[in-house]
Design a protein around this ligand. Structure first.
Ligand SMILES: [Cu+2]
Length: 221
């Protein structure tokens, strides 16, 4: 049987990638003929080609840019009540979400030394998460924030996402954390901050257990 090599260009040089028998090519040829006939029947013109190109782009993942701001209690008019605004995000499943969180809070809410919430989570394939468990802090990629430097976290247990957010360093007005992810399944997922930034002796009261302050929802439609 005669074998025909297909080639592709890798780094400028052609390299063989596969060999096909004439029989397999015949199958491809038949499918191609059907497609060509369909195009001819539909009056193949440049507009048909444009439609085909549009279809291809329609299956490409779209990217949405979302921003959340962490206000101090002083900024939101309720001293001692830091707040993540907006508290709810909504986007379509399969969308790549580029989430920017701008923190204006220079206070830390240290996590216990054994707490897992200093680490960035977000690489569970169950949800199609694509970010690989890292975030950027003022543009620098990191996989964790030291537990004693954490100011807040955005933690979504139902998606195994955890985004630790450091306090604003002295001399800066804010600090920006960016986290890119993609969720393939739909649902309404509760999030909350896991750093004890609220009131009371444990820091778990007030804003920490109030919807719209340190709690909210991620809606994947
Ligand atoms: Cu918090």
């Amino acid at each position: 049987m005669k074998l025909i090599q297909r080639r592709r260009t890798v780094n400028g040089s052609a390299k063989p990638i596969a060999a096909f028998s004439n029989r397999r090519l015949a199958k491809v040829g038949a499918a191609g003929a059907v497609a060509t006939a369909a195009l001819l029947l539909s009056g193949c013109t440049s507009s048909t080609s444009a439609t085909a190109a549009k279809d291809v782009s329609a299956v490409s993942p779209s990217v949405v840019h979302e921003q959340m701001v962490i206000q101090t209690g002083k900024m939101d008019g309720k001293p001692g009540w830091p707040k993540i605004v907006p508290s709810d995000l909504t986007f379509a499943a399969g969308t790549t979400v580029d989430l920017k969180i701008v923190n204006y809070d220079d206070g830390t809410a240290p996590l216990s030394p054994v707490s897992p919430y200093g680490h960035v989570w977000g690489s569970d394939p169950t949800f199609g998460l694509v970010n690989g468990g890292s975030e950027t802090v003022d543009g620098k990629a990191v996989t964790e924030i030291a537990n004693n430097l954490v100011s807040h976290t955005l933690t979504v247990p139902g998606l195994l996402i955890n985004i630790p957010i450091p306090a604003v360093p002295s001399g800066q007005k804010s600090i920006t954390v960016e986290f890119t992810f993609q969720v393939l399944k739909t649902g309404k997922f509760f999030w909350q901050c896991e750093a004890p930034c609220g009131s009371g002796s444990t820091g778990m009261g007030g804003a920490m257990n109030s919807m719209g302050w340190m709690q909210g929802y991620i809606n994947v439609t």
